[in-house]
Ligand binder design. Structure first.
Ligand SMILES: NC(=O)c1ccc[n+]([C@@H]2O[C@H](COP(=O)([O-])OP(=O)(O)OC[C@H]3O[C@@H](n4cnc5c(N)ncnc54)[C@H](OP(=O)(O)O)[C@@H]3O)[C@@H](O)[C@H]2O)c1
Length: 86
């Protein structure tokens, strides 16, 4: 009886651990992925620091979704290069 209880307790605990591990793995693998497909047509977005890094990636995504994107920057060459890429 005791052995059977112990067995089922282990089964439940290992199932919970496996579920938690799967949830953590899913979170790690999908981190940073954006599944939102909301359109931004008709919107204008101003991105400061849109010539590099996070700002640039955000500007690209806004443009992909149909927004008119304005980026600012201190270096005109970088601004024009990045504006033409989107
Ligand atoms: N990357 C990350 O993992 C991360 C994580 C957490 C927080 N952050 C924060 O998010 C921000 C952006 O990070 P990032 O990695 O995308 O940086 P980044 O690649 O260095 O991008 C910097 C952008 O900001 C502009 N910029 C820099 N200094 C400026 C200034 N003094 N005046 C006006 N514009 C300026 C740059 O424009 P120019 O073309 O004019 O140089 C460039 O477009 C930073 O504040 C950073 O601390 C980043």
């Amino acid at each position: 009886m005791l052995l059977s209880l112990l067995f089922w307790a282990l089964v439940v605990l290992s199932s919970v651990a496996a579920l938690l591990a799967a949830a953590w793995l899913l979170k790690e693998l999908t981190m940073g992925l954006c599944f939102c497909r909301r359109t931004l047509k008709g919107k204008t977005v101003l991105v400061t620091g849109g010539t590099a890094g996070v700002g640039y990636e955000a500007a690209l995504e806004f443009a992909r979704r149909g927004a008119s994107v304005v980026i600012t920057g201190r270096n005109m060459t970088k601004v024009l290069t990045h504006a033409s890429m989107s």
